[in-house]
Each structure stands twice: as C-alpha cells, then as structure tokens.
Design a protein around this ligand. Structure first.
Ligand code: NAD
Length: 398
C-alpha cells in the first residue's frame, strides 16, 4: 500500500490501492493486495464510469483514436489524439455535455466535426427544442455537421489499431481521423450492491448523505439524495456543483451532527462552449416560457409547474442575473400570468429577488437600462477575455 503523508491535516492518503470488496456490517474494506482497512465511518465517493459503446454491441472502441472523457488520463489522451489530427475529421458520438463541449474544443483546434446523436436535438435531457436550435445554429455557423436520429453501429479500421471510418445505423459511412464518445455514465455502486439501498442507479442516502447503513455516507455522482425543493424527490445529480456540496454536507453531518440538518440543495448546471455560456437552476418540469431574443443570444427560459417557477435557464447572463433566476427558483416564485412572465423575462426574477431582499431587510441594486448596458459591455469584455484565455489554452502548440 503506497501511503502519502498529509499528517499535518490528520489525513493519511493511500494511493495506488484498489478496494476489491467492502463489508459494511464488519466495517472493513479489502484491497486488491489482500490488506484489510477498518473504518468507523466510510464516505463513498466512487463516482461514475463512462458507458462504453460495447454495451450497444459496437466493437472496437478501444482503438487508439477513439476517446472517452471521464478522468485525467482520458483528457490527456484526448489532447494527444487531437494534436495528431489537426485539419482532419472527427466524429463526435452522443448529444449531451461531452458531445457539446468536445465538439467546440475540436473545432477550435481546426478539426472538422460531424456530431452524431440519436435524439431530435442536442442536450435532450435539459434543452427545449427552441434552446437547442439556438446552439445548433451557432455550431453550424462554426462548420459543425449534424447527423441526428441515428447511432453508430460499427467501426472500420486500418491494419493497425486505428479507426478510419464509422458506419451508422442508417447506412451512412463517415471517414474519421478520430472519434469522441460521450454517451452517458454509470455510477460505480458495485462494491455495495446487496449491502446498501440503491435508487436512481446510485446509492440512496438521506438528507445528511447517510446511506441505509448509518456508518456509511455517499456523495457526488454515486449518491441519490432527496431534494427538499422538489418535495424530497430522490435524484442522482451528475454535476461538479452537487459533488462539492454533497461532500461538504456529509463532512458537516459527520463532524457536527447536532448542528447539521438535511441538505437544502438547489440543482445547478452550467456549461461554456465557444464564447457562449449558460446556467440552469432547478428542475425542467412543467410548461416552458422562453424570454429574451434568441437571435441576439440574450435569452432564457422558465419552467412553470402548478403556477410556480421550478426551473430557469439563462444564456450569457451576468452574475446578478444568474443570482436572480436562482432566487426565483429557490423561492418557487408564483406565476399568475404566463404571458406577463414571457414579457417580463429577467425583470420577473429581479422583482422576485428584490421582494425577497426587502422582506429580509436588504435592498438589491436593480439593473437600470444604463446599468444593463454597462453590464452587457462588461459581459462582452469578459467574453473576449475568456475567449482569449480559452484560445490560448487550447491553441495548438505543435
Ligand atoms: P449525457 O448524459 O450528458 O449525454 C449522453 C448522450 O448520449 C445523449 O445525447 C444520448 O442521447 C446519447 N446516447 C445515448 N446512447 C447512445 C448511443 N448508443 N449512441 C449514440 N448516442 C447515444 O452524457 P455525456 O455527455 O457522456 O456526459 C457524461 C457525464 O459527464 C454526464 O454526467 C454529464 O453531466 C457530465 N458532464 C458535465 C459537464 C458540465 O456540467 N458542463 C460537462 C461534461 C460532462
């Protein structure tokens, strides 16, 4: 067992060690080298693994130029393969987060992309058709070719370990110098199946991140936890923000049990692609009201269920605007008139925030038209700076 001292923090970090089995009754872990680790409290943070194409009867995704993206080694390999393909063709498989973010990165590195996914539009788990259309049009303007409503069925290979083309279910054949696959993840629950209660493909925990065994906690992608805001509906959220906050909450519940209640988490997702950037809060359930101007890229949407705001999405928002939509969701603001909500757009969220601040004795600085322009200019400057940083980061150095 390779041990690394963080003793000054009271932590012993054990690297290069795989846990082969767990016994939550005996409170022990057995490592692959046969050592037994005993614990008083266990926190499971085993995360998730990328779903492989082999699950769909497609063989050969272990080829040299086929990339998944889940860990640091995957990311380094993706960069290496990308560097060897400048000016070439990539096929991106899967219309979710990995597909969307990797397509943008490939284009920025002078690789032509054909983006293939089975759905009618990208980001089907979150985007409405209208929101997806905005991003798809943007991607098309950057030269991305879309093939929707079909899946990959096989690879063609050279005499070595490289893929040269992908074949789709609809019979099309796409020459490829590299392939990126992002078709979802599965939580790593294997060590605990049959020992802990499971839900939503993960390990079920209570609001204190405690599993069905009171000495065992679970956090991050692997944990299915009750969301207070959704009437304690249990969700397994696949996002870094929930990983950070569930981890922090588990530690608080362990270290200060009397002071720590149930986690009150507001689901939050975000992404940055090209010079675009969006945030989403809450749940995408109910009727959707789009607002703003999609053609200018200043737009958003609310999801309204039983007269209450359940979710909110915003592209290119400022910090204050994102805070305002988050507040409207957190408070499940009441909507009396959907047409008015559409007309008011962001103003609705500002009003809700302002009322909440006034009720709590604070005053929120409202965005006047002048401040709006100033904030738009600041956002533009920020986008340019972010673009410069992004480009510098991804700039080919070979
Ligand atoms: P995803 O769940 O976001 O998207 C999966 C996509 O694959 C969907 O479009 C689905 O229709 C498609 N798909 C499913 N089976 C397929 C098949 N056989 N052939 C082709 N397409 C198929 O998953 P992902 O994009 O792989 O991302 C993996 C994880 O990483 C997710 O948990 C995601 O939330 C996370 N992630 C998040 C961010 C972010 O928050 N900004 C960025 C990157 C990754």
């Amino acid at each position: 067992m390779q041990s690394c001292g963080l003793a000054f923090l009271g932590i012993e970090l054990v690297l290069g060690t795989k846990v082969k089995s767990a016994d939550v009754t005996r409170k022990t872990l057995l490592t692959a080298t046969g050592e037994t680790i005993s614990y008083k409290i266990l926190i499971i943070a085993t995360g998730a693994r990328a779903i492989k194409l082999e699950e769909f009867e497609v063989r050969g995704s272990d080829a040299e130029n086929v990339c998944y993206l889940r860990n640091l080694a995957d990311a380094s390999r993706l960069v290496d393969v990308m560097r060897s393909c400048t000016g070439g063709n990539a096929v991106v498989v899967g219309g979710g987060y990995i597909g969307m973010e990797c397509t943008a990165a490939l284009v920025k590195n002078q690789i032509k992309v054909t983006w293939v996914f089975p759905g009618k539009h990208c980001m089907g788990r979150l985007f409405t058709p209208k929101i997806a259309l905005f991003y798809e049009d943007y991607y098309k303007s950057m030269g991305v070719n879309f093939i929707k409503g079909t899946v990959l069925t096989s690879f063609e290979n050279d005499s070595g370990r490289k893929v040269t083309a992908v074949v789709l279910k609809d019979g099309r054949r796409l020459p490829a110098d590299m392939v990126v696959v992002g078709i979802g993840i599965r939580a790593n629950t294997g060590l605990f199946e049959g020992q802990l209660n499971m839900d939503k493909g993960g390990i079920k925990v209570n609001g204190r991140m405690q599993t069905s065994n009171s000495s065992v906690y679970a956090v991050g992608d692997v944990a299915a936890f009750p969301i207070k805001l959704f009437g304690n509906d249990v969700r397994r959220l696949e996002h870094v923000d929930s990983a950070r906050k569930t981890a922090r909450h588990a530690v608080a519940a362990i270290m200060a049990p009397r002071k720590t209640g149930d986690l009150d988490y507001l689901p939050f997702f975000y992404s940055r692609v090209f010079t675009l950037s969006w945030q989403f809060y809450g749940d995408n359930v109910g009727e959707v009201v789009h607002f703003g101007d999609l053609s200018s890229g200043r737009f958003g949407a609310y999801w309204v269920d039983q007269g209450r705001i359940m979710g909110a999405f915003l592209e290119s928002g400022s910090r204050k605007e994102y805070e305002a939509i988050a507040k409207a969701v957190k408070l499940k603001a009441t909507v009396e008139d959907m047409a008015k909500l559409e007309r008011e757009g962001l103003e609705f969220a500002f009003q809700v925030s302002q009322r909440a601040m006034q009720e709590s004795g604070l005053v929120l600085e409202r965005l006047t038209p002048c401040a709006w322009h100033a904030s738009a200019a600041a956002a533009a400057a920020l986008s340019i700076a972010a673009f410069a940083y992004w480009y510098d980061w991804w700039r080919p150095i070979w």
